[in-house]
Design a protein around this ligand. Structure first.
Ligand SMILES: Cc1cc2nc3c(=O)[nH]c(=O)nc-3n(C[C@H](O)[C@H](O)[C@H](O)COP(=O)(O)OP(=O)(O)OC[C@H]3O[C@@H](n4cnc5c(N)ncnc54)[C@H](O)[C@@H]3O)c2cc1C
Length: 301
């Protein structure tokens, strides 16, 4: 029996482990993939306070080392569901069941992919999801932004300040984002808007070299030579496993405010998997600390 089980070993979950261990609680972190979460995809991170420049992997390694030095236990497994027995919770995984007094869900989110061949291989190596994070690597280069909502428009505007040329490619014949952003984008000389087109394939064998797009109405294809592609077609939370126990919003995020509580007593949430506006490392680690201290308080009561 653990005091706290944390599901997800990304920045939020590992920070929660750090705080809970330092409060003398026994902690198990369950991770289904790589410890470190999404940030391990980033070749260079420049907006984590205290690190001028660090790779996502280096940052993740430091976090894991710090958490292990505090005696947190870790388990490589996928959490399949939580059974709430009131005072105790059982986390059922694909490699056994674990029981604790409190659970923190820190399962993060995944950027929605386009579904192209080899797309995952190029993440962090030509394909990016975050202009704030990775835009600087494309100074004076040619990039495409895929999507037509507010995120895509903002990414394209930001990139237009750095890149030589920015294509924005949207599958519909119109943008779904705010008109103000659309107008801002239209005023940029180095932005080319392509509506009614979808990305059909990625070119390049080992290095990302560009894409082929297809016009939706006449099916005509065009090759674009690019240095990078920013995919901004939404995020997908990974919370389906907990649907019957805690309240999710209509997009699948765990409903919670800054206090990181869920609709189930003793179950807390941290990071990208909860309802929030800004999904970054800094906001995830902040949640991790808040959720851990809230779980400690719940147990001590
Ligand atoms: C390419 C890329 C570049 C980025 N660059 C930056 C940047 O420069 N600066 C910045 O601040 N942010 C950046 N971000 C965003 C940042 O990585 C996220 O905001 C942050 O990682 C969120 O942390 P998290 O712990 O909430 O979730 P995640 O990092 O998503 O971690 C969640 C973890 O939970 C695990 N998990 C999910 N479901 C289960 C389950 N059922 N059982 C067990 N484990 C599970 C996942 O495998 C994952 O490891 C970037 C993201 C990407 C993809």
């Amino acid at each position: 029996m653990y005091d706290i089980i944390i599901i997800g070993g990304g920045p939020a979950g590992l920070t929660a482990a750090l705080y809970a261990c330092r409060a003398n609680k026994s902690v198990l972190v369950i991770e289904k993939g790589s410890f470190g979460g999404q940030i391990t995809y980033s070749p260079r991170v420049e907006n984590i306070p205290g690190f001028l420049d660090v790779t996502g992997n280096e940052f993740a390694e430091k976090l894991v080392e710090q958490v292990l030095s505090q005696n947190a236990e870790v388990e490589c497994a996928q959490a399949l569901k939580i059974v709430d027995n009131g005072e105790f919770k059982t986390v059922v995984t694909d490699s056994g069941e674990f029981t604790s007094k409190s659970v923190i869900i820190a399962t993060g989110a995944k950027h929605r992919l386009l579904g192209l061949d080899r797309e995952e291989d190029f993440i962090g190596e030509g394909i990016s999801f975050c202009a704030v994070c990775d835009g600087a690597f494309y100074e004076n280069k040619t990039v495409a932004v895929i999507g037509g909502g507010n995120s895509a428009l903002q990414e394209a505007i930001l990139l237009s300040e750095l890149a030589k040329k920015v294509y924005i490619i949207q599958n519909l014949d119109f943008f779904t984002g705010e008109e103000k952003l659309v107008n801002q984008l239209k005023s940029k000389d180095n932005v080319e808007i392509i509506l009614g087109a979808v990305v059909e394939s990625i070119s390049g064998n080992t290095d990302f070299e560009g894409i082929t797009i297809k016009n939706v109405s006449d099916e005509k294809t065009t090759d674009l030579i690019l240095d990078g592609m920013f995919v901004a077609i939404g995020l997908v939370p990974q919370n389906e496993e907990f649907l019957d126990l805690i309240k999710l919003d209509d997009r699948g995020y765990v409903v919670s405010g800054e206090e990181c509580k869920t609709s189930s007593e003793g179950i807390f949430v941290a990071g990208d998997c909860r309802t929030k506006n800004i999904r970054q490392v800094t906001t995830a680690v902040s949640d991790g600390a808040i959720a851990a201290l809230a779980a400690c308080e719940y147990i001590d009561k």
